[in-house]
Structures are given as structure tokens and as C-alpha cells.
Design a protein around this ligand. Sequence first.
Ligand code: PLP
Length: 410
Amino acid sequence: MVTINENYLKLKAGYLFPEIARRVKGFAESNPDAPIIKLGIGDVTEPLPEACRTAMIKAVEEMGDRATFKGYGPEQGYAWLREAIASQDFQGRGCQIDASEIFVSDGGKCDTGNILDIFGKDNTIAVTDPVYPVYVDTNVMAGNTGPVNDRGEYGGLFYLPITADNNFTATIPDRRVDLIYLCFPNNPTGATASKADLKAWVDYARANGSVILFDAAYEAFITDPELPHSIYEIEGARECAIEFRSFSKNAGFTGTRCAYTVVPKSLKSKTADGTEVTLHQLWNRRQSTKFNGVSYIVQRGAEAVYSPEGQSQIQGLIKFYLENAQIIRQKLSDAGLTVYGGVHAPYIWVKTPQGLSSWDFFDKLLNLCYVVGTPGSGFGAAGEGYFRISAFNSRQNVEEAMSRITAQFN
Ligand code: PLP
């Protein structure tokens, strides 16, 4: 008999989004005329920027000509894209990141999961609570956890609560951990971290020989010039951090697929016998073996993000979603609800009113306002009593959803 990876059986049965879908479907069947507005899933709604489309159309034409046709590309991404990324996302912001330290991929989701391939099995792992569920589930799959308890917490993971009390930036642990997942601007809370917050993490990681896995998928939503976009804006981060970025949320690539991971060459660890290895060499080996690169057409689309037209078009997209977020924040506050996030992030984290549980508030919004959001408890035990609303939608839907909520809660 074939044996299976039994760690998969420890996973909570894909509870959150299937359960939302089940409840919405049940409601829609009993109320076929209810005009449901979905502000739940963090998928973008606005079309791809013209600069990206134009570049991809040109690339398709090149693929149709023997002289310009491209077969397999470099597994790490084409040099012109890696150079554009290094110079505009990093060097232009004062971060010493070289093009050779950028690995282009087809998603931040796969990169944050796949990165575990290069780490050993006996690391202690810290995640925030609430958290982007991929970090937790991929550790469960890799066998890095014990079973799940009644609160939905896995044995072996070290949970760092992020709450209003710590301004939704996790408190530095009072013990040593090896791997630390941080995500700023944060999904689901919409919180940001200051340079001082990140410096404290970098100092901790360097003092303890830990590695920070920094997810900056939402960095483009930062508008405050004081806030860091990259962990490499902090001195010493090149020695202790890997950063994940994505074109999904800034340039609407959720369906087009392009992202990248930064692994500085100065990030080192040691084997059991004390030999020094760079994580860059391991990730390079991993990608060259298990990945065959992102399509040429898509990489040309991503490159266009860095053109002057691309930059101005993505600024337009970000501004649009941030205005949605501002409308949501304002209307929910007017309705007497306590809101967090949504200033430098597309997510608004709402305190559920009247002591309702996350799921009770979900049902209330669905039944009374025909609005779908995401129960905070689905992101972790400390998310109970909160609710995530996404600003990724049309202006019309956002305004309509907010006027329904205001009418109900005022
Ligand atoms: N990281 C975070 C925090 C996210 O919220 C998401 C998507 O929602 C991703 C990564 C995944 O991005 P990608 O579309 O590049 O896989």
C-alpha cells in the first residue's frame, strides 16, 4: 500500500472560504432576488493596466515569429525584469538589493509555501494570530506542526497575537524562534509596521540567528512616506530576511500571475556540521529544479509596470482601491462601528458590534444587508470578534453595500 503524507490530514478541512460559500449559496437559494454584494475575498476587480496589456500583446506577437520566439527562459526570471525590480523597487529606495537576488515566480502564495523546502524540520516557527492562512497550512503540510486544538491552533507553532493592544504589530517574543512570518501591510488587519517596529524584529532576528519571512504583497498601498515598503530599508535585514512581493494587488495580476522573492546573498545559515551555506544558493537550486520560470509574455507584462505609463496606471488603481477603503472606513465609523486598517491597505478590520461573534456578524450582514465579508475568526483564534471587509470592488458596489450597512446599524 502506498503511504501518504498524513500531515495533510491534520489540516482544518478548508473551513473558511468553503463555509462562506455554503452560507451565501443557502441564503441566495432562499432569497433569489437579494442583490448580494461580496466584499469577502481579496481578489482585485479592476482590469489590467493598459501598459501591461500592450506589452503582453507585443510579446505574443514576438512568440509568433521564429526570429523572436522564446522557449524556456531562465528559471529565476529574465534579467531585464530582475534588473527593473532591483533598481526601482529597491535601489531607488536606498536598499542594497542586486538583480541576482531577485527570483521571479508565478505567485506570492506559492513562494511563501515553497520556501519551506529550504529549511530544516526542527525549526521553531512563529506566526501572527490572525494570519494569512497559507503560512500555517504549508507548515502543517510540511510536518512542522502537531495536531490542531479546539481553538484552531496547531501544536508546535508559536502564535503572536496581533490586537488593538499592540497596534496590530506583533510583540517581540520573549523566547527564541527560528522562523518568523511577518506581513505588512497586513492581511487581514490592514495594519502597517513602522521602521522602528521592523527594526525591533531585525534586531531580534540578528541576535537570535532567526530568519524573517517578510510578506510585502500589499506594499504598494502605503502612502505615508515615513512607512517602510521593504524590510531591507532596515539596516541588517540583508543578513536575516527574505521578502516576498507580488504583482497581484498593485497591478491586478491575480489572474495573470507574477510575483518575486528576494533572497539576499548575505543571508547565511550553517549545516549541522558547521558548514556555512547561503539561503540564496539553496533557493536557487530549489527553483532551478522544481520551477521552469514564468511565461515570457507575463514577464513582459510585469516589466511594463516599471515604465512611466505603467507606474502612473498602477498608481491610479491603488488610489481607486484606497478611496474605496476610505469610504468603507468612514461609513462604518458613521454607523458606530470600530474600524482598523484600510488606510495603507485594501482591508478594513472591523470590531464586531454588540459583542457578536465573527460568524454571527457575518450572518447578520448577509441576512440584513446582503453583504458578504470574512469572519475574523477564520484567520486565527485572536481574530474572533473581528470581521474583514475588502476594498477590492467597484465604487458602485462599495457605496451600495455601505449605505445598506449604515441604514441597518444607525
Ligand atoms: N500574501 C498575502 C498576504 C496575500 O494576501 C496574498 C493574496 O491574497 C498573497 C500573498 C498571494 O499573492 P499571489 O497572487 O502573488 O499568489
